[in-house]
Design a protein around this ligand. Structure first.
Ligand code: 7PM
Length: 296
């Protein structure tokens, strides 16, 4: 057991390696046991006005539902960081997410995570009430390190080989675990140099981001190798193509069981936060995994 500042959970009662409670702009995220991050649905059917603006009532209802199901944090993104997504302008991203964050921050008791790589969106989202930054570019955009440091909220640094548009064109590694770990260590160091507290940084191997099925499987099998970074690990596998491929090219709406299985494997490998679409099912499965992990 490692105790890291700021600590409030007695080590004997915890499952994860982190007796750590993150302060997400006044709302707490307790990583003493594995937690679920619910993905706020921003698919076209939750948009009105020809698909440009999200209907805040639909978003609020979905977020409240996920909180009732046990989500400890809600992730919201303007879709610009999704693989293959059309890049959206900063103004469009702000128009999409800021009104939702303002509403959600008042309405839900758990922190809101903003999925963005744009410095201005980070700043505006935290001003609007977001309590965490989720950056699939790991703060590599110009000005992102400084913006994240100034917000003082926790940041998730994700590994991605190349850029979303080209990342799945024959991804290649010498040793995928070593290379992902080295990248994340370098981004933790860059974050710290920019003034982000070590205890406010989370790492994520970025399943599906510039990785073949074999790369994803090795990373999941060897997840424990990231413990060396002494940062909480976030894992996002929910409904991803790695699950579909393993199950004989199952379509995205039939990947629940496989996604839950992967979440359990990740928690047994030490993951602290699991990012998912299906909150209730994952919360139940993680309670079982966590109970097994903390058995003495
Ligand atoms: C299409 C393909 C749409 C893939 C959306 C995706 C992660 C993330 C995403 C992750 C963190 C998805 C992905 N994945 N942020 N954002 N970790 N930190 O399946 O694995 O949601 S987008």
């Amino acid at each position: 057991m490692m105790s890291r500042e700021p600590s409030a959970v007695p080590p004997a009662s915890t499952d994860s390696c982190f007796s750590l409670i993150l302060d997400c702009a006044g709302k707490q995220l307790d990583l003493g046991s594995p937690q679920v991050m619910g993905i706020l649905n921003l698919t076209p059917d939750s948009f009105s006005d020809g698909g440009r603006f999200l209907n805040p009532d639909v978003a609020l209802k979905h977020a409240l539902h996920m909180v009732e199901e046990g989500a400890a944090v809600i992730d919201i993104g303007g879709e610009s960081t999704r693989p293959g997504a059309q890049p959206v302008s900063v103004d469009e991203e702000l128009d999409r997410v800021i009104p939702i964050i303002e509403r959600l921050a008042q309405a839900i008791p758990v922190p809101i995570s903003i999925d963005t790589n744009k410095p201005l969106v980070m700043r505006e989202a935290v001003s609007a009430g977001a309590g965490m930054i989720n950056d699939v570019m790991a703060l590599r955009e110009l000005g992102a390190l400084e913006a994240a440091a100034e917000t003082t909220v926790p940041v998730c640094l994700m590994h991605m080989q190349r850029k979303p548009r080209t990342m799945q064109d024959a991804p290649h590694y010498g040793n995928v675990v070593d290379e992902v770990r080295r990248f994340l260590r370098q981004r933790l160091d860059a974050g710290e140099a920019a003034g982000i507290a070590r205890h406010n940084m989370i790492v994520d191997p970025g399943f599906g981001f510039g990785k073949s099925l074999e790369h994803n499987l090795i990373l999941l099998k060897e997840l424990q190798a990231l413990d060396e970074l002494a940062a909480p690990v976030l894992v996002g596998i929910s409904r991803k193509s790695m699950v579909g491929s393993i199950l004989g090219d199952l379509p995205v709406n039939e990947r629940l069981m496989g996604s839950v299985a992967a979440a359990v494997v990740a928690v047994m490998g030490g993951a602290a936060i699991i990012r998912v679409h299906d909150v209730r099912e994952t919360v139940d499965a993680l309670k079982v995994a966590s109970a097994v992990r903390s058995a003495i």
